[in-house]
Ligand binder design. Structure first.
Ligand code: SF4
Length: 256
């Protein structure tokens, strides 16, 4: 069997097992953890891209962790789809970083928008900043602008790569490298789970990766403009997201 046929054969084999077994995905996440723990990220991504050919995606919001992984994927020419969710409410600096990233790597970043009709209904009925009025309204906006587009982006995929790190907040300290996500019925890979913030910023400097200038102004975690503020030194990194709420600071994209 030549090399190309061998790769296709392996990808087909894994796809069949993945799709026909109920317990396999959870076990697979554990097996992947044992197999790849401690291995260089480019090597792991390269192997996963073969194993989950056409079914592997990476989501970026152009934050500093996302830019590290974008750099690894694009500079190694890995066959992994990179996508982003444009909520329509991002910072100008985020759009500039998006544009600079396209120019820098000359690669495509697939972009998902919310459904127009749902945005029109939401804003007509409740106004443009209804998310400040209640947690329920905020979750409704996050669902329409983020969760539903994410569901479309992940449909039919088997492995989802993210830039989540344990150090990003108190709620994220136990993020595993690989985990089964029942909500989307796929495996999530968090290659930077054990990285420190310093390792991330050092990587960006060393590889001259474009990054969002808001990070230099105290914005640690960057989401939509009306829902993100800078944090003070020592504050939880996620404290700048939905700062007016006491509840857990997540938008429904991740369980952590
Ligand atoms: S972060 Fe704010 S503007 Fe963005 S989707 Fe959620 S509630 Fe809406």
């Amino acid at each position: 069997m030549d090399k190309r046929n061998e790769k296709n054969h392996i990808a087909f084999f894994y796809s069949i097992i993945f799709l026909t077994s109920n317990t396999y995905p959870v076990d697979t996440a554990k097996q992947l953890m044992e197999e790849f723990e401690g291995k260089p990220i480019p090597d792991v991504l390269s192997l996963l891209a073969q194993r989950f050919a056409g079914k592997i995606v990476f989501s970026t919001g152009f934050g500093q962790e996302g830019q590290v992984l974008t750099d690894i994927i694009f500079s190694h020419n890995l066959p992994i789809e990179v996508f982003t969710l444009d909520t329509g409410r991002l910072f100008n600096e985020t759009y500039t970083t998006f544009q600079e990233t396209l120019k820098h790597y000359k690669k495509e970043i697939r972009t998902y928008f919310p459904e127009t009709i749902r945005i029109e209904e939401l804003v007509s009925e409740k106004g443009p900043v209804s998310f400040y009025d209640s947690v329920e309204n905020r979750k409704e906006c996050c669902y329409i602008r983020k969760v539903e587009p994410l569901q479309r982006a992940l449909a039919g995929k088997q492995l989802w790569i993210t830039g989540l790190r344990c150090g990003q907040s108190d709620g994220r300290e136990n993020i595993p490298l690989f985990e089964w996500v029942e909500a989307y019925r796929l495996i999530k890979f968090n290659p930077l789970a054990r990285w420190t913030l310093k390792e991330v910023t050092d990587y960006l400097k060393q590889h001259q990766v474009p990054y969002n200038p808001l990070h230099d102004k105290g914005f640690a975690s960057i989401g939509c403009a009306p829902c993100t503020r800078a944090v003070m030194p020592g504050e939880d990194i996620r404290a700048g997201r939905w700062w007016w709420e006491d509840a857990k600071k997540e938008c429904g994209l991740h369980e952590h």
